[in-house]
Design a protein around this ligand. Structure first.
Ligand code: UD1
Ligand code: MG
Length: 464
């Protein structure tokens, strides 16, 4: 099976300089939601019909290494969804198989739904299989016209009579076609309708007249039918997709205290008895174990793995691995390529970047740890900084800190530098040289007390 994604529509109501299908829904562009579903369906060859936005879409495909399997075809000017599909004729020619056609502005469609559509198409040996849904408010969608049970056409909102507008069964905008059966009908579409467009949906009338086999597959959750034609619908699509994902997690044994202030994308997996507190964003390829408490006010993005029994309060995490029973926050920023072993504690106002921290080590207050490894059972005192960056040369350097190290408050470790095991760094030290195992390093000005200096200079009365 091949796929065709229709994405040339101008999205005029979006009022945007960005291709409509590149607008983000939760963690990725609408187009990517569709592409990822196709990859999961093992459809490795697809055409994307693009318009004046071609360059942006080609760049996106290139940047994400998708350009081998997903090719663009330009439709200029865009004269309707049928005209968009016509652009594929020269590319598919006498292709004997089936094509899955999807509107590019329908990012909420789930893998299972597409898989069911394809199964229905194959098991019924259909020429056309249409994805439909019954909506409480079908305004704006094409309505499915039936004669008894048989589908005989799709009528667009703008062409529909009053009676037809009352039909609640709608065309979602996703279809399977046996290419050879519809190719001639496609060539002969006419723009005889209220919008003066070539409607893809007119293929149904053609198929019925030519006695082709048509049936439908219906959506169980109508939220999946949310299309995006405006910013308001984009906002709704974000909400609906998060709601679909949250419903799945609630069902699987996760507590989500306030679904309305929680945003979760489709690739998030969470173990049982984990509690997600309000105002938390979990967007990306995120795996969270069981019995964790995440949030409130936390933001977890990118590729993140979090073990069991972890607590994260009011913190940002991006592209990192967090071991079992770690405690993070409040107000920590855990950045890319950070690996925390089990039982690490990261406290308030601590930033960790590209660093590995071994088990039972604490960085509890007001620190920056970058390009660093720290061994186990160490304690990093408040205000400690690894100075890893030379702004002039733009180079970054590594800091290596051993196990069972006691770093006093307010130390600066000027990288590259190594601190051995079982060492003490005195508070306020600026460490620029290697500290051998078992040493105490003191690197700060010595304290001098000038007796009675204040009393003599300022004549201060000291009352006891
Ligand atoms: C379309 C369907 C309607 C269905 C609805 C579901 C048609 C005629 N109608 O209506 O039955 O209920 O989707 O959302 O298809 N496109 C192009 N080139 C064009 C015009 C459109 O590539 O010249 C693409 C758009 O980018 C979009 C898709 O085709 O992804 C559908 O076009 P759109 O204008 O959004 O149609 P709707 O009015 O939503
Ligand atoms: Mg649309």
């Amino acid at each position: 099976m091949k796929a065709i994604i229709l994405a040339a529509g101008q999205g005029k109501r979006m009022k945007t300089g960005l291709a409509k299908v590149l607008h983000q829904v939760l963690d990725k562009p609408m187009l990517r939601h569709i592409i990822d579903n196709l990859i999961d369906l093992k459809i490795n060859e697809a055409y994307i019909i693009v318009g004046h936005n071609q360059e942006q879409i080609v760049n996106y495909l290139n940047d994400n290494k998708l350009d081998q399997n997903f090719k663009t075809i330009v439709q200029d000017p865009p004269l309707g969804s049928g005209h968009a599909l016509m652009q594929a004729i020269d590319h598919l020619n006498d292709y004997p198989g089936d094509v899955l056609v999807l509107n590019g502005d329908m990012p909420l469609i789930q893998f299972e739904t597409l898989s069911n559509l394809v199964k229905t198409h194959n098991s019924c040996c259909n020429d056309i299989t249409i994805l439909t849904a019954s909506l409480p408010n079908p305004t704006g969608f094409g309505r499915i016209i039936r004669d008894n049970d048989n589908i005989i056409g799709i009528i667009e909102e703008k062409d529909a009579t009053g009676d037809q507008k009352n039909i609640q069964e709608i065309n979602v905008g996703i279809y399977c076609f046996k290419w050879a059966s519809i190719k001639n009908g496609l060539k002969n579409l006419q723009p005889n309708n209220a919008q003066g467009e070539y409607y893809l949906t007119d293929l149904i009338k053609y198929a019925y007249a030519n006695k082709l086999k048509i049936s439908s597959c219906s959506l169980s959750d109508f939220k999946e039918a949310s299309g995006v034609n405006s910013r308001a619908e984009l906002a709704l699509a974000n909400r609906h997709l998060s709601d679909i994902n949250i419903a799945r997690l609630l069902d699987s044994g996760v507590t989500i205290i306030d679904p309305k202030s929680t945003w979760i994308s489709s690739n998030v997996k969470i173990g049982i008895d984990t509690i997600i507190m309000p105002n938390t964003y979990i967007l990306g390829d995120v795996n969270i174990g069981g019995n964790c408490i995440i949030g409130p006010d936390s933001n977890i993005t990118g590729v993140v793995n979090i073990g069991d029994n972890v607590e994260i309060k009011s913190s940002y995490l991006n592209n990192c691995n967090i071991g079992d029973a770690c405690k993070i926050g409040p107000f920590a920023n855990i950045r890319f390529n950070t690996i925390l072993s089990p039982n690490v504690k990261i406290g308030n106002f601590v930033e960790i970047k590209a660093s590995s921290i071994a088990t039972h080590t604490n960085v509890s207050h007001l620190s920056y740890i970058g390009d660093t490894t720290i061994g186990k059972y160490s304690n990093v005192g408040a205000g400690t900084i690894t100075a890893n960056y030379n702004h002039m040369s733009k180079e970054k350097f590594k800091t290596v800190i051993g196990s069972n190290v006691a770093i006093g408050s307010n130390c600066v470790l000027v990288a590259p530098v190594t601190v051995g095991d079982n060492t003490i760094l005195a508070a306020g030290s600026v460490i620029t040289k290697m500290v051998p195992d078992c040493a105490l390093a003191i690197a700060r000005g010595k304290q001098t007390n000038k007796e009675n200096y204040v009393k003599e200079k300022y004549a201060v009365k000291v009352e006891k």
